[in-house]
Design a protein around this ligand. Structure first.
Ligand code: URA
Length: 240
């Protein structure tokens, strides 16, 4: 059993405050009766909810886009550090949430948090080769040789071979800023690829996964729910 207001937020009807107003205004029916009590306990399997006459099709899972700040770790819990789960607003919190993929503690940007294991598996499967784009600020300039090495596939010191990656130099950056596109997710991959070229990453931000881009209006440290369309964008155009 779950609170009515929490269910409506989880179904993307509005923020906690907005749905509480909607309920209090008498715009929500539970099993055909107007229900103005925000904390009414609902059984999602049997109770029928409607908002302004529109039946709510309950969706089991939640998909959150976070603009991850530096300084928090991509884990569900940690003894010492603040985790991305700690940053999730109350209205989106539920059991079983985890980050689908990891960003380093000092990396910012697009992170998907969900309670849907199958979805995460599909998104993270190395076989899918889903592209991820990062903006990297560097301590040295990118030259043609670096771009070529990325294109050919960097080989780490331990012999691990990376798949070919794209490196585009950003204008007006003294060649010290680039967009890196990789389609795998090895540990510290982008930083290690640059280190193999004698360059250190001083700032890293993920801006996309597949065709889903970080919402430019989403402040650092904030979250929003993904629409079905945004969720699909992760896989659209992926041929594997
Ligand atoms: N590559 C890295 O080096 N760090 C990240 O957080 C993501 C990709």
């Amino acid at each position: 059993m779950e609170r009515l207001d929490k269910i409506l937020v989880s179904q993307n009807i509005g923020s906690r405050k907005e749905v509480q107003k909607i309920i209090k205004r008498g715009e929500v029916c539970v099993n055909g009766e107007i229900c103005k009590k925000i904390d009414t306990k609902i059984d999602v399997n049997t109770d029928k909810i409607a908002v302004n006459g529109q039946a709510i099709k309950y969706k089991k899972n939640i998909y959150i886009m976070m603009n991850k700040p530096a300084g928090v770790i991509s884990a569900s819990n940690d003894k010492y550090d603040k985790t991305v789960i700690d940053l999730i607003p109350e209205e989106y919190k539920r059991k079983g949430l985890f980050p689908a993929g990891r960003l380093d503690k000092d990396t910012e940007g697009l992170l998907i948090i969900t309670d849907d294991g199958n979805f995460a598996h599909k998104m993270l499967s190395p076989k899918k080769h889903i592209e991820k784009k990062y903006i990297a600020k560097l301590d040295k300039s990118i030259d043609d040789d670096t771009v070529k090495k990325f294109e050919d596939g960097i080989i780490f010191a331990d012999g691990t071979k990376c798949m070919p990656a794209k490196l585009e130099v950003l204008p007006d950056s003294d060649n010290k800023k680039g967009i890196v596109t990789i389609c795998e997710g090895k540990f510290h991959q982008v930083k290690k690829m640059f280190i193999c070229c004698g360059i250190n990453v001083v700032h890293l931000k993920r801006i996309s996964i597949g065709n889903l881009y970080l919402d430019s209006k989403l402040p650092i440290g904030c979250c929003k729910l993904l629409t079905n369309y945004e969720k699909e964008l992760i896989f659209i155009g992926n041929i594997h």
